[in-house]
Design a protein around this ligand. Structure first.
Ligand SMILES: [Zn+2]
Length: 257
């Protein structure tokens, strides 16, 4: 079990140096949300991505923009078939105002295990879902996780720098979003199905087919707000201020603030 407070990471100057910018300046106003600290749980781990770096960039960046306190759970190893022990507790999400899923376990397919995760969100816990969360539990026969996400995706196209076109400009999450944002090198996820309660907020075009794919969206999962983006593959994406701004606005919106 590897649960740690984000603040403990502040003791790792080496990693902070890798971030390429200063530590969260706690004296600055938290422009996006200044109320009572939101308790956020970041769940991460699994295949194919640098989750130590991503977690540090995400938590530091969001805490700089909004009054949020993160707990990070990094479990399940670096393969595609891991499990997070925390989910065995039926009350795993209770202490948190919002849960960020940035995990990557495509081959984990145990339906009872998956239902323990979605049950917490079905009961009202809001969520932010990032990149490989969309391919997590891909092997599962049940659709619970995909309905929770708001999109079904089973593969992605090559790494490239993808222009992002906003489709719902007046959504609170997209306010202030850079109009001509082009991602750092990242993967384009192909979305086979948008679930009925999901609303795409931005799209990118496939360089292979020219078809537009939703890359940023919101979902309503039995009343719980879910914000999602399929971007977030590379460290450079997590270094990008526009991306971290987006995640911070999405998290604050999901938490109802
Ligand atoms: Zn990836």
């Amino acid at each position: 079990m590897s649960i740690f407070r984000r603040s403990l990471l502040g003791a790792l100057p080496f990693l902070l140096g890798l971030l390429g910018h200063a530590q969260a300046d706690d004296d600055q106003p938290k422009k996006l949300y200044e109320g009572k600290p939101l308790q956020a749980l970041l769940i991460t781990g699994g295949c194919c991505h640098n989750y130590l770096f991503q977690s540090l960039a995400l938590t530091t960046g969001v805490e700089k923009r909004a009054n949020v306190e993160f707990t990070v759970v990094n479990e399940g190893g670096a393969g595609t078939r891991g499990k997070i022990a925390l989910y065995e507790d039926p009350d795993w999400a209770k202490p948190y105002d919002v849960v960020v899923h940035n995990e990557c376990f495509a081959d984990t397919d145990d339906p009872e295990y998956i239902k323990k995760i979605t049950a917490a969100h079905r009961a009202g816990t809001p969520a932010v879902v990032i990149h490989c969360a969309m391919h997590t539990y891909r092997a599962a026969k049940i659709d619970d996780w995909r309905q929770f996400l708001g999109v079904t995706s089973t593969h992605h196209e090559h790494m490239s720098r993808y222009p992002v076109k906003v489709t719902v400009e007046d959504h609170p999450i997209m306010k202030g979003f850079k109009k001509d944002w082009v991602t750092p090198k990242d993967e384009l996820y192909i979305v086979k199905k948008i679930w009925p309660k999901a609303t795409p907020l931005a799209v990118s075009k496939s360089e292979k087919t020219g078809e537009e794919q939703p890359v940023i969206w919101v979902n309503d999962f039995h009343g719980a707000r879910v914000f999602g983006t399929t971007y977030g593959h590379s460290d450079d994406t997590f270094r990008d201020e526009t991306f971290i701004d987006l995640i911070a606005r999405g998290l604050v919106w999901a938490a109802g603030k």
